[in-house]
Design a protein around this ligand. Structure first.
Ligand code: BGC
Length: 711
């Protein structure tokens, strides 16, 4: 449809239709026997036929037939405006991939793109138009349950993954029949909730916000995402949902975003609880003035905005603008010509969980796993005598949180997978954590596999925790097994970095499996038996103790840094009862082979604007097995006008190496890599001395200095 036609359509729409257009209704509200059970004032909503025919967007349809039915209803509305159907398609639709934190551990943006492409194809055929993904919030605190949905603690990596995910969901553009419009979330800094407590206050300097937190959202916008979701939290003491600086100055003006802004669930109503709005009317007005186009489930646009506009006609053009943005997106997706475009129940059935998609799920699951410790026990020998126990051993759901459409039964269970993998398996018949029985079986086995961690329902939204250690029954088993000399492999399922410092000395190996998705069972068996090897690396620091939180590698030095030459000095920044360092640092991960790094070289000692420096480092496979090593490059600005992090990831690459083979990893440094935001909100690189570092993780690094000069 041409723009002139959209303009005419807007002119034809009544105020009621416009207010319904900027409102998002839950799909369940369309059902005859529906009993509201949501957070917020929508609990009391009366959904009449007119609203059903005119609601602009719908959240949460679960099957294509339902979408086709609802779209027919809209076609009988006054202006026959199709609805846009949205759902949280986070790490897969029916075929479930590892949780985003696991996918990120592959350090492979192309893998992220491929998984999102598959999710888009399955979901679009099933009647979904837009997904509330990717979540690109930077997270430094695993107490926050939603860290599972993020790609970790690094702004550079988060940006790379943000772009890849948007490209995957949107494919060649949202006009394609097999694409989803991507909604990046949650603008901004939702991952920085104080003390890791869900929905808590966020407060930080603007420099920190810009340097660390905003880049990943900007990357998604640059990649063309068509929607942006506002965060629940405050940004500079103003809730994101009515934050004009964020939504107008930064998002619209600076980044040039011309798509649709949607609130998070009921966050417009929460402006009242945040105490920046007296009532629903004021909340709606503030959100509209800040640039919010769609109200997800608070009802304040639908019920209260009309009254506000009657009091202040200056709001009318803002409402019209919001409606137009929504109409444009629908138009871009070709929905005016064909409201059911892309929806095809037959195709959906053939695509969902297809053999091809499951193969990618298997690959993604294998590549998401991170080997944290291995005292020559993994891979397990074929036919090895194995006891399996632990709180997670019998867990059928290894899909992880935010896998709405996934079915755990689509996958093979851990036990069946291990049996199929060729282990001579012993299983405690009296319960997965029956100490006596497990110890008895372990005595007759070569290895005990302890499946532990946290169940999926303890992760994702509204699952903040203060205790991040293994469960008491698993620790008891570990202690008893260690005492009798049994060798234990820990298989850890979690949606966050757990505290493994108590468990680490008691076991011989630790495999961090996250939540691997539909192909969990096969992937774990392949890795344990060495058919594939673990090659993932952490994108979050694993704390030594909860008291260290938040913990992240790209921190400041402080005025009294704890340096090796100051060992034993009391008056330095340190804990008296715990190291400063994490148990496992950002970027860390072992494999079944080993690598040696040498000869870090720069192509010159001075970098100038518009020039480049080449960074080269040699990596040798010193083990007996071929492998792929993720090589990382960091930069430190040693002195500047403001304090800079001790290191920042600026590049990474993967090298495939046969045993004994040596190759060079090559990176290019430009002025861009040295840039930061100063306190005047200016992004720049300052001349001076820098250190470039390269290595296998954020701690074991080779170093070289260079200078940046403006002349
Ligand atoms: C979450 C969002 C999600 C939305 C819709 C909210 O509670 O914070 O991330 O997209 O619900 O399901």
């Amino acid at each position: 449809m041409k723009q002139s036609k959209l303009d005419k359509l807007l002119l034809r729409m009544t105020q009621e239709e416009k207010l319904a257009q900027v409102f998002q209704l839950a799909a369940c509200c369309y059902e005859e026997d529906f009993v509201p059970d949501f957070t917020g004032p929508m609990r009391d909503i009366q959904v009449d036929d007119t609203l059903k025919k005119t609601a602009g967007t719908v959240i949460g349809i679960l099957e294509p037939e339902q979408m086709l039915r609802l779209q027919k209803l809209c076609a009988s509305g006054p202006n026959r405006i199709p609805a846009l159907f949205m759902l949280d398609v986070i790490h897969g639709f029916k075929t479930i991939f590892p949780i985003p934190l696991g996918l990120a551990s592959s350090w492979d943006p192309e893998l992220m793109r491929r998984t999102c492409r598959i999710a888009a194809r399955e979901a679009r055929a099933s009647g979904i138009h837009a997904t509330f993904a990717p979540m690109v919030d930077l997270v430094r605190d695993p107490r926050w349950g939603r860290v599972m949905e993020s790609t970790g603690e690094d702004p550079y990596l988060n940006s790379v993954f943000a772009k890849a995910a948007v490209k995957g969901f949107q494919g060649n553009g949202v006009g394609e029949k097999d694409s989803l419009a991507s909604c990046v979330k949650h603008l901004a800094a939702y991952g920085a909730a104080e003390a890791g407590r869900e929905y808590n206050t966020v407060d930080m300097s603007r420099g920190m916000l810009r340097d660390m937190y905003l880049d990943s959202y900007r990357a998604a916008v640059e990649a063309g995402c068509r929607l942006v979701m506002t965060a629940f939290n405050t940004v500079e003491r103003v809730p994101a949902t009515c934050n004009k600086w964020l939504l107008e100055t930064v998002l619209r003006k600076e980044w040039g975003f011309d798509g649709v802004v949607i609130t998070d669930w009921n966050s417009m109503n929460e402006l009242i609880a945040h105490s920046v709005a007296e009532d629903g009317g004021e909340a709606a007005r503030k959100a509209l003035e800040a640039g919010v186009d769609i109200d997800m489930m608070s009802g304040h646009y639908l019920f209260d905005l009309g009254g506000e506009i009657e009091k202040d006609s200056a709001l009318q053009p803002l409402l019209d603008q919001a409606v137009m943005r929504i109409l444009k997106l629908k138009n871009e997706m070709g929905l005016f010509e064909d409201p059911s475009r892309g929806t095809d129940p037959e195709l959906a059935r053939s695509l969902c969980s297809s053999e091809e998609h499951r193969l990618t799920a298997l690959e993604a699951a294998q590549r998401s796993m991170v080997l944290l410790k291995n005292e020559e026990i993994l891979p397990l020998k074929q036919g090895c005598k194995l006891t399996v126990a632990g709180t997670m051993a019998g867990q059928r759901d290894l899909l992880g949180g935010w896998s709405i459409m996934g079915n755990p039964e689509d996958g093979i269970s851990l036990i069946d997978a291990l049996k199929a993998g060729g282990a001579a398996l012993s299983i405690p018949g009296t319960g997965w954590t029956d100490k006596e029985e497990v110890c008895r079986l372990a005595k007759q086995s070569e290895v005990t596999l302890l499946a532990c961690g946290e169940p999926a329902e303890e992760t994702a939204e509204a699952n903040s925790k203060t205790a991040l250690r293994l469960k008491a029954p698993d620790m008891e088993l570990l202690r008893a097994l260690k005492a009798q000399g049994s060798r234990v492999v820990l298989l850890v399922f979690s949606g966050r970095a757990l505290v493994l410092s108590d468990a680490e000395p008691l076991c011989s190996a630790i495999l961090q499996a996250w939540f691997p998705g539909t192909e969990a069972g096969h992937a774990i068996a392949d890795i344990l038996f060495g058919i594939e090897q673990p090659e993932g690396k952490l994108t979050v620091s694993f704390p030594y103790a909860e008291g260290q939180l938040p913990i992240y590698y790209n921190c400041f030095r402080t005025g009294r840094p704890k340096l090796p030459e100051k060992a034993g000095d009391k008056y330095v920044s340190h804990y008296t009862d715990c190291p400063n360092e994490p148990l496992y640092p950002f970027g860390f991960g072992l494999s079944y082979t080993s690598y040696e790094y040498s000869a870090l070289k720069l192509s010159g000692s001075i970098l100038r604007p518009s020039e480049t420096l080449e960074v080269r480092v040699r990596v040798k496979n010193t083990g007996a097995r071929a492998g792929t090593e993720i090589v990382q490059m960091y930069v430190w600005d040693t002195c500047g006008s403001i304090v800079r992090p001790v290191k920042q990831l600026r590049g990474f690459t993967s090298l495939k190496l046969h045993p004994g083979e040596e190759k060079e990893a090559v990176f290019t440094l430009t002025e861009e890599d040295l840039m930061f935001w100063d306190n005047e909100e200016c992004r720049k690189a300052e001349p001076g001395r820098f250190i470039v570092m390269a290595g296998p993780d954020s701690q074991r690094l080779l170093e070289q200095e260079f200078y940046f000069s403006l002349t």
